[in-house]
Design a protein around this ligand. Structure first.
Ligand code: S3P
Length: 428
């Protein structure tokens, strides 16, 4: 499907964000291996978190979904059953890596598969440490899906210094660690999103400039009874769209504000964004607040590479913002973007170049020559079958001088099924 994006006069309105994707996955996975029943409110309708629910059902977990309310009868950490067929993780790296940690730790014989994009993303980062814990998990050519998991003779606790600041990797190891008698210790030097540690109440302590997080069979897996917050990563598209379009005012109630996720909020503020945050509260273990976004003029920025893990999913739309800043912005230390649903560094370089923006592609980042009077050329943007590329291109296109097109627009359903309707709703 090709979507036409009209230039906007202004963007105004109140949007109900999709439920947080990362928290939705975790709420269901942790509810499944808890020995209690859970009721999760506002579970995401997006394709990725729905893939997680599908896999859990195949593992014998009773999952009842009524709208966005999901009831899960926890089977306990030893109650997962061998599935009759392959577990299809679809496009979802979080499903494959987190569920991979659980089934490998539990020693449930199964095979995890994914779509073409997921099958081309390396899983070696989880395969090697999981096998060193005594789990048995193999991949095609040693690193790709399908991943085959076999029974094992027990999980050994390891101390694992994270070689990459990845929450998916951290979570996979901690989840497998839940099945070991001795503690597994993950050493994190650069913080990445901490939903797993929060929602499982895992113990941690400072270690050097970072921290050690521990998991073992002694950890009681809590029921997951809460309302999933609005997805900050979805909010980021409207934050940038609202800043860039004149006379805009966008309200985003109940947005997830977990400090390990919201570097983009601080980065945009530092660049000059006019944001207001009101009514801070908590839902379960996660902070939320209402956000108000207004049009603003932006200064360029040189991003601190240590913040990359805390804005990894927001970088594509931050790049769009940087095109309109008054000078040169620099992103470095972002090589991980090459390992997402597509190579997001190359893809964004292509999208921005099609719009006429001046950017330089580096091995680990992008240099963006911004200009406050930049007006993107009307263009036909490829989405590379990547939801975040499609949405970043759409935000860029709202500032164009003419109608643009986004190819393969339905891929936004991976994280944000209502994206195109919401864009239409707030475009004046
Ligand atoms: C996620 C972690 C991030 C992020 C992904 C979701 C998670 O991946 O890009 O969209 O839910 O843990 P990495 O941790 O591999 O960087």
């Amino acid at each position: 499907m090709i979507k036409k994006v009209e230039p906007a006069q202004k963007l105004t309105g109140n949007l109900s964000l999709p439920a947080d994707k990362s928290i939705s996955h975790r709420s269901a996975l942790f509810a499944a291996i808890s020995s209690e029943a859970s009721v999760i409110e506002n579970y995401s309708a997006a394709a990725d978190p729905q893939s997680t629910l599908g896999c859990l059902k195949q593992l014998g977990v009773s999952v009842h979904q009524k709208g966005s309310r999901v009831e899960i009868e926890g089977v306990g950490r030893d109650g997962l059953q061998k599935p009759d067929s392959q577990l299809d993780c679809g496009n979802s790296g979080t499903t494959m890596r987190l569920l991979g940690g659980i089934v490998a730790g539990a020693g449930v014989e199964c095979e995890l598969i994914g779509d073409a994009s997921l099958s081309s993303r390396t899983m070696k980062r989880i395969i090697t440490p999981l096998n060193s814990m005594g789990c048995r998990i193999e991949g095609r050519d040693g690193e790709f899906a399908p991943l085959r998991v076999s029974a094992h003779n027990g999980v050994k606790g390891i101390r694992f210094p994270l070689p990459i600041a990845s929450a998916q990797l951290k979570s996979a190891i901690l989840l497998a660690g839940l099945f070991g008698d001795e503690p597994t210790e993950v050493v994190e030097s650069l913080p990445s999103r901490d939903h797993t540690e929060r929602l499982l109440d895992l113990a941690s302590e400072p270690f050097g400039t970072g921290k050690i997080i521990r998991s073992s069979r002694n950890d009681v897996i809590p029921a997951q009874n809460y309302r999933v917050p609005g997805d900050f990563s979805a909010a980021a598209f409207w934050m940038v769209a609202g800043i860039l379009n004149p006379d805009s005012e966008i309200h985003l109630p109940q947005t997830g504000m977990n400090p390990s996720r919201i570097a983009a909020y601080h980065i945009l503020k530092q660049m000059g964004a006019d944001f207001q945050k009101t009514a801070p509260s908590n839902t379960g273990k996660e902070p939320v607040a209402n956000l108000l976004i207004r049009s603003s003029e932006l200064q360029p920025i040189r991003l601190d590479p240590n913040l990359i893990p805390n804005c990894i999913d927001e970088l594509p739309v931050l790049m769009v913002a940087m095109c309109f800043a008054d000078g040169v912005s620099v992103i470095s230390g972002a090589e991980e973007l090459r390992h997402k649903e597509t190579d997001r560094l190359s893809a964004m370089h292509k999208i921005l170049s099609l719009s006429g923006a001046k950017t330089e592609l580096k091995e680990d980042g992008l240099i963006i020559h911004g200009n406050p009077s930049f007006t993107p050329e009307p263009a036909r943007y490829p989405s590379f079958h990547d939801h975040r590329m499609a949405m970043a291109a759409a935000v860029l296109a709202t500032r164009s001088r003419g109608v643009s097109e986004v190819e393969d627009a339905e891929c936004t359903a991976i994280s944000y099924p209502e994206f195109w309707t919401h864009l239409q709703e707030i475009t004046r």
